[in-house]
Design a protein around this ligand. Structure first.
Ligand SMILES: Nc1nc2c(ncn2[C@@H]2O[C@H](COP(=O)(O)OP(=O)(O)OP(=O)(O)O)[C@@H](O)[C@H]2O)c(=O)[nH]1
Length: 370
């Protein structure tokens, strides 16, 4: 039997097995087996060459526009950035990844317009695989939907899921350490509802014989498998609804209902018209917020505070130490202490060390050895 048939068979068995406590371990094992086989199949098909879209990541962060053909991605990127993307009234205008740079709040945000993601992309049809490899390296996924085709969201997010991209969630809180003997030992806390035996089944299926496993939180079987496979990419996402100029105001509630039905909060989705350049300010703001960028204004000796070109860091990577790394040069070795004013400081010019976490719009002065 070929890998494809084996995969189909396991899928069928999973869908035919009712889920309850007594079958949980069995389902866990099947799902883990399925994940392994899919991985094998993918490695086999991707080793046959094929060209990826090599896009150089530049700037402070990267946003990938994800949408079906003709939803207006090229038009949007032209309106947002300095890119000059070809737009057309036919599908597949964007045959190559088209990077543009959005300048916002002093940050350089790279926006990638990738070829339309079509149904079946995860299976390698329609060049979708290359698109997905670009998306995996981005810092934010921006879904571009057209106002009349909100339902495309489901297919797009499914493609991303099949390609190991997890949106708006965090990896399961777990550790797996191989040991020399003693079988698989599982430690959980009260929040974990999966049975220990299910966790063991999943690990055994992934080839573990002896291991110390700790699981926290309340992962589902799929999340647990994601954690064991450890090659999933976790990204934030945002949704924009384009071509809003084509609807009458009284049709808006229908679109909002549509969004809700597809699991999108209509209050967070941004309505825009790329052609008329409307709604772009709130889209930029949403991009900024979802990326979690942090501006730090550097107070340079003798030159004062530079409010024009801030040092841009990301939430979670915004300590003074991170700032030193981003500044480059030999600041890291020469660092003595820093002085910070702004939201993260107890008082103006607070003296801090490398571990101090900076906040948006802080002013930072580095005191370094000569
Ligand atoms: N009315 C209206 N038309 C738009 C808007 N944005 C794009 N269009 C039109 O939609 C068509 C497709 O736009 P593109 O920007 O080429 O779409 P795309 O998503 O880049 O398409 P592919 O390159 O095929 O993936 C063009 O005719 C655009 O003028 C908009 O906000 N309103």
């Amino acid at each position: 039997m070929g890998l494809e048939e084996e995969i189909e068979e396991i899928k069928e068995e999973i869908s035919n097995t009712p889920y309850n406590k007594s079958t949980e371990g069995h389902i866990g094992r099947l799902k883990a087996k399925l994940a392994e086989k899919k991985e094998k199949l993918e490695n086999r098909s991707s080793s046959g060459g094929g060209h990826g879209y090599a896009v150089e990541k530049t700037g402070d962060a990267t946003v990938a526009l994800v949408g079906f053909p003709s939803v207006g991605k090229s038009t949007l990127i032209n309106a947002l950035t300095n890119a000059d993307s070809e737009t057309g009234e036919y599908e597949f205008t964007t045959l190559n990844v088209n990077p543009g740079m959005l300048k916002y709040n002093g940050a350089n945000i790279q926006v990638l317009d990738v070829p339309g993601l079509i149904e079946g992309a995860a299976g390698g049809r329609g060049g979708g695989k290359e698109v997905l490899s670009v998306v995996r390296t981005a810092d934010l996924v921006l879904f571009v939907l057209s106002v009349f085709e909100i339902d495309q969201y489901e297919r797009l997010s499914q493609e991303l899921y099949y390609n190991k991209i997890r949106l708006d969630t965090t990896p399961p809180s777990m550790t797996v350490n191989k040991t020399g003997r003693g079988g698989i030992n599982v430690t959980t806390n009260d929040q974990v509802s999966l049975d220990e035996s299910t966790i063991k089944e999943v690990l055994r299926e992934h080839g573990y014989v002896n291991a110390e496993v700790t699981v926290r939180g309340d992962p589902t079987i799929d999340e647990l498998i994601d954690g064991v496979m450890a090659n999933r990419v976790y990204l934030p996402s945002a949704v924009c609804v384009n071509k809003a100029d084509l609807i009458e105001p009284d049709y808006l509630p229908t679109v909002k209902e549509d969004l809700r039905e597809h699991g999108i909060d209509p209050e967070t989705a941004v309505f825009i018209s790329a052609v008329e350049e409307k709604g772009l300010d709130s889209l930029k703001e949403t991009i900024w917020e979802r990326l979690g960028l942090v501006r730090v204004y550097m107070d340079k000796p003798g030159r004062g505070v530079d409010y024009e070109e801030p040092l841009v860091l990301r939430e979670g990577e915004c300590t003074v130490g991170d700032a030193l790394r981003k500044l480059g040069g030999n600041f890291e070795e020469r660092f003595k202490f820093a002085r910070v004013s702004g939201d993260s400081a107890k008082h103006d010019e607070q003296q801090v060390g490398r571990d101090h976490e900076l906040m948006d719009e802080d002013v930072l002065r580095i005191v370094a050895r000569k």
